[in-house]
Design a protein around this ligand. Structure first.
Ligand SMILES: Cc1cc2nc3c(=O)[nH]c(=O)nc-3n(C[C@H](O)[C@H](O)[C@H](O)COP(=O)(O)O)c2cc1C
Length: 239
C-alpha cells in the first residue's frame, strides 16, 4: 500500500530531536490495525518515524491505530496449525519486553515455545491443572506459546509480567495474529519438571509463571467485544 503523506511526526533515537518535518511521497508497510513505523533516511541521519493521524476533533471518530487495536483485539479460541514467521514471533516477544516495569528493573523473562513436543507437553500439564478432560487443549491449537515468567523477589513482578502479556497480545493483533492469555503458568513452574527446564536453559533464581500467551493465526473471525459494563470510568472534577 502506498500512502501519500505530506506530514510526519518524527522522533530522533535520543529523543532530543522531536519535530514535524515535511516529506514528499514515500512507501511504508501498512497493517490495518496497527500503528505504522517507518525508517526514514533524512540528511544522512537515521530517524525512527511514528506516523500519527491528527488528533480527531471532539465527537469525530478516533482513528488512532493503537487505540483501535486495543478495542479490536480479542481472545482467540480456535487457531490454525500454521506456524507464524519467526520475524513476527520475535516482534511479538520484543513488544513484550518493552513494557513499563517496576523501577525499570526488567525482571521478566519470556520463553518462546515453538517446539511442538514441548508445546503439547505443557498443554497436557495445563489441562490437568485445570481439571479438564485430557482431550481438551487449553491452548486451542495455537502453534506458539510465549510463557512470561517474573522474578518472585521483585515486588512488582505480577504487574510487570501482566504488562508484558498485554503488550504481546496487542502486538500480535497488530500483526494480524491471534492470541489469548492462558493461565496456570504459576502452578506449572512450581513443578520440578519445569523448574528443571529453566535450569537447563541456564536460568537461575526464583521465577514465577505469570501466564502463557498462545499465539497463531485465528481460525475464523475475530469475536466481537462484549459490551463494556456501565460505571467503570468515574470522573472526579472540580465543580
Ligand atoms: C488473568 C487472565 C487469565 C485468563 N485465563 C484464561 C484461560 O486460562 N483460558 C482462556 O480461555 N481464557 C483466559 N483468559 C482470557 C479471558 O477469558 C478474556 O480476556 C476475557 O474473556 C475477555 O475477552 P477478550 O480478551 O476477548 O476481551 C484470561 C485472561 C486474563 C486477563
Amino acid at each position: 500500500m502506498i500512502l501519500r503523506l505530506s506530514k510526519a511526526i518524527i522522533k530522533h533515537k535520543d529523543q532530543s530531536a522531536t519535530g514535524t518535518y515535511h516529506f514528499g511521497i514515500f512507501k511504508y508497510r501498512h497493517y490495518e490495525t496497527s500503528s505504522c513505523r517507518v525508517s526514514v533516511q533524512y540528511k544522512t541521519v537515521s530517524y525512527r518515524c511514528s506516523l500519527r493521524k491528527e488528533r480527531p476533533a471532539e465527537g469525530e471518530q478516533n482513528l488512532n491505530t493503537i487505540i483501535e487495536a486495543m478495542k479490536q483485539r480479542r481472545s482467540i479460541r480456535k487457531f490454525k496449525p500454521d506456524m507464524p514467521s519467526r520475524k513476527d514471533i520475535e516482534a511479538v516477544a520484543e513488544a513484550g519486553i518493552y513494557a513499563a516495569n517496576g523501577r525499570g528493573k526488567q525482571e521478566t523473562i519470556t520463553l518462546v515455545v515453538t517446539d511442538k513436543a514441548l508445546r503439547d507437553r505443557i498443554s497436557r500439564v495445563n489441562c490437568s491443572i485445570g481439571g479438564w478432560d485430557s482431550s481438551f487443549d487449553p491452548f486451542y491449537g495455537a502453534p506458539v506459546i510465549l510463557i512470561v515468567l517474573a522474578n518472585k523477589n521483585h515486588t512488582t513482578h505480577l504487574y510487570d509480567g501482566s504488562l508484558v502479556m498485554g503488550n504481546m497480545m496487542l502486538a500480535a493483533h497488530s500483526l494480524g495474529l491471534g492470541s489469548i492469555w492462558i493461565h496456570r503458568a504459576r502452578e506449572e513452574f512450581e513443578m520440578p519438571e519445569y523448574r528443571q527446564l529453566l535450569k537447563d536453559l541456564g536460568i537461575e533464581g526464583e521465577w514465577e509463571g505469570i501466564a502463557h500467551c498462545a499465539l497463531g493465526y485465528a481460525d475464523g473471525d475475530i469475536p466481537k467485544a462484549a459490551p463494556r459494563k456501565e460505571g467503570r470510568i468515574r470522573w472526579i472534577e472540580a465543580v
